[in-house]
Design a binder for this molecule. Sequence first.
Ligand code: C2O
Ligand code: CU
Length: 481
Amino acid sequence: MSAALVLGGCGGGDAPSSPLAAHEVSQPAGWDDELKMPVPEDLNPDPHVLEVELEARVADVALLPGTTTPAWTYNGTVPGPMLRATVGDRVIVHFKNSLPEATTIHWHGIRVPNEMDGAPGVTQEPIATGGEFRYEFVLKDAGTYWYHPHTDSSTQVGRGLYGAFIVDDPSDPKEFGDDVVLLLSDIGLDENGQLVPADSGGNFGDLFGREGSTLLVNGKVLPTLKVRNGKQQRWRVINASRARYYNLRLRNHRFMRLGGDNGLAARSADVYNLIVTPGERADAVFTPADPPGTRNLLRWVPTERGYGSTYNRSSEPMLNIETVADAPVLPEPIPAELRTIEPIDITNATHRTLDLTIAIASTVEMGVNGVPYWQSKPFDIALGDTEVWRIVNNTDFSHPFHLHGYFFQVLDENRVPEWKDTVNVPNKSELTIAVRFDERPGAWMYHCHILDHAEAGMMGHLVVRDPSAPPAAEPPPAHHH
Ligand code: C2O
Ligand code: CU
């Protein structure tokens, strides 16, 4: 209360003049009601095991007023259930595929055993209609993750198959505020709420990536979040769109970025906007600063990501921010140092160049080093090796590069150190990452997370071999459909 004592004191009068500190008050009643996502029943009595059933199926969901959309769902909702557990917990998912097509689940960013990674034809056979699969793994890392299919991913994700997966660290500082997950997606609908065709836009759809017509936050069009001036919230933002980049801005506000893909970064960073490219996450403290009793709008703002991405486009509202009438409170200070992140030692690293490429003939074919996925040969890596990859993007489009199974570091002095699984490589630029393939041998994918690009061939895989293990048969690349 010492800060309150210093700052208070209008002197005399009968009104209380010392503002309360943020930790002394709760969020406004019902603050996140419109953002609640379904939580599945935990079938396991052990508090350290999360055991759930997930079924992928077509279900009618209400997205646009007065219409129903035959979306592709997990357990009948868009997004699917939010999975949430604590670091160290075991997760068991009894999965059933009731879709008309084969599918798999990939646990984006979570360091799962190789055979649980959901890469069709690489770590598991696609799960046919009517088929089942048991996913099981232990959560090694706290952070904000998500799950989605890895077969025909642009279409399947685009139709609604995605869900949040939050892994809590009980030792996170309380000053970050109350947690709210913002799962951002866009779905392509016509005016009757029906799904647009999977190949909408033809070659241009493949080149640009298919952005859906309808922006959704946790499956809702323009929901409301209630806030109190000064009372912090910890936003965990997930980009589950097949192609859209999010640049989030809120008038009169800045954000304190804490990290993203693998939880906390080395330091907090005061930022004007939150940029979250496909597959990425952002973890940030939001300190409401609007006058009590007012409204504001969190907006999607066009971001340059290649030809035509900002031309003649205006911002769009995503989330209503309603500041309740209660008196302002004093925000908590956010620590500057968040986590120790040792730089990866690259002295004995193997160096590679990955050139992201696009060839346009009668169809659009994308690749890495000029070769689409279905013609590519996996990189061979010995367990324990460190690699440095120069990722070169001479194309006209930006590409969010994603690696399965391992977190990497971007070698760039100007960035706050953090562990990433997805990083944007802007058009006509390059960046360098370092990865330590230190555990969990097996075959792991890498690809552009504009899912139209991945399906057009901008994808590959690598095999981490344990020299002490007997040689295993090399999995063939999955076939282009
Ligand atoms: Cu989020 Cu290979 O994917
Ligand atoms: Cu791409």
